[in-house]
Design a protein around this ligand. Structure first.
Ligand code: APR
Length: 244
């Protein structure tokens, strides 16, 4: 913990890579722990680009079950999210690349958040590209596009979520890789580092310039390459670590 404190205090630029373990203390389950979302294998197989395009009517109730449940929608930022926002308020140059789609980093006050796997907060029409917000998405079991053409005909196409599904491209990846190469400290928080290409991001750490710190309940494949590894709860560890 003292070494993490020292690295956080002495680093000017910090790049964070966060995963589902960042939000479990907010009541949102992760994916691969024994109580994770992917224990439901049917749900996991349905969260793909191919399934959405082949079965959009069946996709949406499953997507809402997994990612728009009451525990998701009522979740609030936890001390881990708040500690990262505090680091920014202290004047640290901090960029957060998150695999999470829950928007909790932004809600905690962090201003430089890049959603590598998109967000549950919006959806779009694949036909006319109209954008829709969360309230509308929740108002219909299978949300459709209500855009009207000049003849008064409704588009009526089933919307697609702005969440990155299996088989779709991750967002901001190149920018994330460059940021990792240029920062003083890369902080990996609450991720199993098992889904590529995001899991490759710690490989971009330049050993002559950047330190790597990992805070995760379970071991990761990058633990041996990290300067600091803490197997603990992100919320507890970070809230302690930022008290300089
Ligand atoms: N504090 C620290 N670590 C935690 C906590 C916590 N409070 N809770 C869980 N963890 C750890 C778990 O031990 C696990 O190693 O967080 C990690 C979460 O790993 P995953 O469930 O695999 O989630 P994640 O790494 O974010 O998955 C990446 O996979 O299926 C896709 O799109 C999905 O974005 C997700 C991606």
């Amino acid at each position: 913990m003292d070494e993490l404190k020292r690295l956080l205090f002495s680093s000017r630029s910090v790049v964070v890579l966060s995963g589902a373990g960042m939000s479990t203390e907010s009541g949102i389950p992760d994916f691969r722990s024994p109580t994770g979302v992917w224990q439901d294998e049917d749900l996991m197989e349905s969260m793909s680009d191919g399934y959405l395009k082949r079965h959009p009517e069946e996709f949406w109730p499953k997507f809402k079950l997994g990612f728009m449940s009451e525990e998701y929608l009522s979740a609030k930022p936890n001390p881990g999210h708040l500690a990262l926002a505090d680091l920014e308020k202290m004047g640290k140059d901090i960029a957060i690349y998150t695999q999470n789609v829950d928007g909790l980093h932004q809600e905690a006050g962090s201003r430089h958040v890049y959603e590598l796997h998109g967000s549950i907060k919006t959806a779009y029409c694949p036909r006319c590209r109209s954008e829709y917000g969360l309230e509308y998405i929740l108002s219909e079991e299978v949300p459709r596009c209500h855009w009207m053409n000049p003849k008064g005909q409704e588009c009526d196409t089933i919307l697609f979520p702005d969440t990155v599904l299996f088989g779709q491209n991750v967002r901001h990846y190149e920018y994330a890789a460059i940021s990792v190469q240029q920062c003083d400290l890369m902080l990996v928080l609450g991720t199993s580092l098992t889904v590529y290409p995001v899991a490759d991001l710690p490989e971009y750490v330049r050993r002559d310039k950047t330190k790597l710190a990992i805070v995760n309940l379970d071991e990761t494949d990058f633990d041996s390459k990290a300067d600091v590894v803490i197997h603990g709860k992100v919320g507890e560890v970070l809230s302690q670590a930022v008290k300089f």
